[in-house]
Design a protein around this ligand. Structure first.
Ligand code: COA
Length: 169
């Protein structure tokens, strides 16, 4: 039987509870989930690519979904066009999440452009969990830098990495 590959792309700078929730749900929908970490998505990341990948791997080791109930998960950095990377990893579907109406415009445009680039690869949207609707990596970083508490938004492991990064450990 063919393996259905899903691709979940992002900057993951760093991974937060919203991302983890999407990963935990996506692994039940495909046979293999590739988490594509954008080398450069124009966001000037706080964490290096190596750090973002390492933090992600660590989070995956603690994913609250039994191994028997989930797809194989692979973390891969990627450069260049998402659709080229999707072809490279044989993805049948790209998984994105929608938090609020504000996300729609951007996601709509990106999906429409991506469809023009490759019509065979579908994009599927998962609604962000209401508990995580407001989370954004950029806001989590600002809160950490301004000595706020990020406990509700990231795992204890990511919190530790963030604290060390902003010199608060
Ligand atoms: N709950 C809460 N927040 C969520 C979430 C969820 N379920 N899912 C995402 N977010 C947040 C993220 O933290 C992020 O916040 P930030 O912008 O403050 O960092 C924001 O929503 C969007 O991030 P994300 O979904 O991770 O996307 P991204 O912007 O990091 O990644 C790429 C975008 C990498 C997919 C895109 O830039 C890309 O495809 N680049 C390659 C070049 C290309 O092909 N471009 C498209 C041409 S049409």
């Amino acid at each position: 039987m063919a393996t259905r590959v899903g691709l979940y792309p992002g900057t993951f700078d760093p991974i937060h509870n919203g991302h983890t929730d999407i990963i935990g749900r996506a692994v039940k929908l495909v046979d293999k989930l590739v988490i594509g970490v954008a080398v450069d998505s124009g966001k000037n990341p706080l964490f290096s690519l190596e750090e973002r990948v390492a933090i992600l791997q660590e989070e995956l080791a603690h994913l609250p979904v039994p191994v028997s109930e989930r797809a194989e998960i692979v973390v891969m950095p990627f450069k260049g066009l998402l659709m080229h990377f999707a072809r490279q990893v044989d993805a049948a579907v790209i998984i994105r999440s929608l938090r609020a109406v504000a996300d729609f415009e951007y996601e709509f445009q990106m999906t429409a452009m991506n469809q023009q680039l490759d019509r065979e690869i579908e994009t599927v949207f998962l609604m962000a969990d209401p508990r995580h609707q407001a989370i954004a990596s950029s806001l989590v970083k600002v809160i950490a830098q301004l000595e706020g508490d990020v406990t509700k938004f990231v795992s204890p492991r990511v919190k530790e990495a963030l604290m060390a990064k902003v010199g608060r450990s």
